[in-house]
Design a protein around this ligand. Structure first.
Ligand SMILES: [Zn+2]
Length: 143
């Protein structure tokens, strides 16, 4: 695993690596699920940036506005912390299933949500606002 981490760190420029070293203390909530690392890294904005790294596929993503074709300092800092202290990444919670409404299958709940979106878009807009405000709390980011 550490070989993968070193391989990925090779994508960081010297400048990014230098800044990431100073940023390691800002790497907050950390989880690992399979090959996927996730972390929240406090940057210049109020809400921490969300970092995800797929060690198996050699892919990464970060919610910061930096160029995404290069590795940003948040991803780099996350990898540095992982290389030094992998045990500080807690096991990720299993993927959540849709709420079981009266025994409905997931597909039916999905159809219900599509209808809500179709007939009551204001509900979805309002919910999007709530999710954005809670973002730093518990929203998990997909790829
Ligand atoms: Zn970033």
């Amino acid at each position: 695993m550490s070989r993968d981490v070193d391989g990925l760190l090779a994508y960081a420029s010297t400048k990014v690596m230098d800044r990431a070293r100073q940023l390691q203390g800002a790497v907050g909530t950390r989880t690992q699920g399979g090959d996927t690392l996730r972390a929240r890294v406090q940057g210049s904005e109020r809400a921490p940036y969300r970092v995800a790294v797929d060690l198996g596929r050699g892919m990464w993503t970060c919610s910061c506005p930096d160029e995404h074709n290069a590795m940003c300092k948040h991803v780099c800092a996350t990898l540095l912390v992982y290389r030094t202290a992998p045990a500080t990444f807690m096991p990720a919670a299993p993927a959540r299933r849709l709420p079981n409404i009266q025994g409905w299958a997931d597909a039916d709940v999905e159809r219900l949500l599509e209808r809500v979106l179709q007939y009551h878009p204001a509900v979805a807009r309002d919910w999007a606002r709530v999710v954005n405000e809670d973002d730093a709390a518990d929203e998990e980011e997909g790829w």
